[in-house]
Design a protein around this ligand. Structure first.
Ligand SMILES: [Zn+2]
Ligand SMILES: [Zn+2]
Length: 251
């Protein structure tokens, strides 16, 4: 039993083939899915999928790329969306200083806004961080009572440890399996009770499917890599990461 804690199932190629995709996932031992929104339109799509599939849950939030287009009534709209039993987190939110599709000041403003909503609602957050360790840590520290996950973790061990100290989980995706990645050395040092796995599909397909469109079943390959670096059976990783997902998101 594995949980893909971060997939974007609302993209057409995934949504239009969902029965087959979920079948293939099941064969690989992946049986729970969190469909993560990148803006409020996606969030409605995620919710639709969650309403029609017992094993899919949803989140609502604004990705840093979309921060520049965040609506003025963001607060009310996220609160409205969160008022549903299959909604399990606010996000994805965060900072992406690699692509800077929204300017950094706007990214920070919309990130803070969502952190504040999550705090008011006592909901976990899913955050994205690319080349923005320092500013992400600053903003997380401003909301000390929140819990959540550093999704698609790709930073240093030092940053991972700081996130864990602040009460966050670390989620690994396909880039853990890439040749020459520094991430296995990071993952090896982290305690199993703080780890999650994800695909971030359709992006970041893991080895041996690197470069192809990704799908949720491939969480399996991320978990296998984690088992390998920790020197434990796959079942140990599956049990730990699924328990962590249950605890964090209340699945
Ligand atoms: Zn992301
Ligand atoms: Zn994502």
């Amino acid at each position: 039993m594995l949980t893909d804690t971060h997939c974007h199932l609302f993209y057409d190629d995934l949504k239009d083939n969902l029965p087959d995709i979920l079948d293939r996932a099941k064969q690989l031992g992946v049986d729970r899915f969190i469909c993560v929104a990148t803006n409020l339109e996606d969030a409605l799509e995620c919710l639709k999928l969650a309403e029609t599939h017992a094993t899919i849950w949803a989140s609502a939030g604004v990705h840093p790329h979309d921060a520049k287009d965040a609506p003025g009534n963001l607060n009310n709209r996220i609160r409205e969306l969160m008022d549903h039993e299959k909604m399990v987190a606010v996000g994805e939110m965060g900072l992406d200083y690699f692509r800077n599709i929204s300017d950094q000041e706007t990214q920070q403003k919309i990130f803070r806004k969502q952190m504040s909503i999550a705090q008011d609602l006592d909901m976990p957050v899913i955050f994205h961080n690319r080349n923005a360790d320092e500013d992400v840590l600053t903003i997380l520290s401003e909301f000390p009572n929140l819990r959540g996950v550093a999704h698609c973790f790709s930073s240093t061990l030092e940053t991972a440890e700081k996130f864990i100290d602040l009460g966050y989980y670390i989620s690994f995706s396909g880039n853990l399996t890439f040749k020459n990645s520094h991430l296995p050395d990071v993952a090896k040092e982290l305690p199993l009770d703080r780890l999650l796995v994800e695909t971030d599909c359709p992006y970041l397909s893991p080895v041996p499917h690197r470069g192809k469109p990704n799908e949720p079943g491939r969480t399996r390959f991320v978990a296998e890599k984690l088992a390998d670096v920790h020197g434990v059976p796959l079942e140990t990783i599956a049990a730990a990461t699924s328990e962590n997902a249950t605890a964090l998101f209340g699945l």
